[in-house]
Write a protein that binds this ligand. Structure first.
Ligand code: ADP
Ligand code: MG
Length: 238
């Protein structure tokens, strides 16, 4: 189960209200994309869900439980960043296994989960390599592998492909979509790229200056944009 509900969530940095009285419901298994221009609050919203920032006001629930004051590690979510944050001195296997070792799993269980993640991500032949011996796309897959082995309630991606070149981005987009189909786990994906949003999302959340302009499927947003901002951003004909 991976239902996430935000109720009247606000976040203020100093005097700047970055997220304003935001309500959002994410259903179990959905692929939800937060899209909007740079600085509109996408990363902040994701970090609030992850618990990496505290809300200034409002409530966050995961599967009906109030997690507003819960530490990040206890929310059952896995986050993937654009900078892969891999350990350079460790093998691919050790990088993927790292969260499981921290959690104190036994070696047999770790080996099994790492093998399964490597299979899903086509990394089986690369487990003994170091990150520097991998391509950008492979490194990003290792970062995703590290997120997968924790079997999270939901995956949170913050512009995971923005460091990759255009061709690789298209490729990884498909891989992440396939991963979502295989796992069926809720995914929240932040991007400023309309095309990523339109091609990957079940549901798009269009953000502008800390408020939700519209929530809907790619087709709904394209056909019936709520306002000129959405139309302009999504590129629909309104
Ligand atoms: P996005 O990810 O959509 O580009 P962010 O969520 O990173 O936007 O930032 C939204 C706004 O909040 C920006 O104006 C940014 O400068 C500000 N902001 C983000 N994090 C902090 C912080 N830790 N302290 C102060 N201001 C911040
Ligand atoms: Mg950001």
């Amino acid at each position: 189960m991976g239902n996430i509900r935000l109720s009247n969530v606000s976040k203020t940095f100093g005097t700047q209200e970055v997220i304003r009285d935001l309500n959002l419901n994410i259903e179990d298994g959905e692929f939800v994309v937060f899209v909007g221009p740079s600085g509109c609050g996408k990363s902040t919203l994701l970090r609030l869900i992850a618990g990496l920032e505290d809300v200034s006001d409002g409530r966050i629930e995961i599967n009906g439980a109030d997690v507003t004051d819960l530490a990040p590690a206890r929310r059952g979510l896995s986050m993937v960043f654009q900078s892969y944050a891999l350990y350079p001195h460790m093998s691919v296997r050790s990088n993927i296994a790292f969260p499981l070792r921290m959690a104190g799993l036994d070696k047999a269980a770790i080996d099994r989960k790492v093998a399964e993640a490597a299979r899903v991500l086509n990394l089986t032949d690369y487990l003994t390599r170091k990150p520097r011996q991998l391509s950008g796309g492979q490194r990003q897959r290792v970062a995703i592998g590290r997120a997968i082995v924790r079997e999270p309630t939901a995956f949170l991606f913050d512009e995971p492909l923005s460091n990759l070149d255009a061709a690789l981005r298209v490729n990884m987009r498909l891989e992440i979509s396939e991963l979502h189909q295989q796992l069926g786990t809720t995914m929240i994906y932040v991007t400023h790229d309309q095309i990523e949003a339109m091609t990957m999302a079940d549901k798009i959340v269009v953000l502008n200056k800390g408020v939700v302009e519209q929530v809907g499927s790619p087709m709904e947003l394209y056909r019936t944009p709520a306002n000129l901002f959405v139309a302009g951003f999504i590129g629909s004909p309104r």
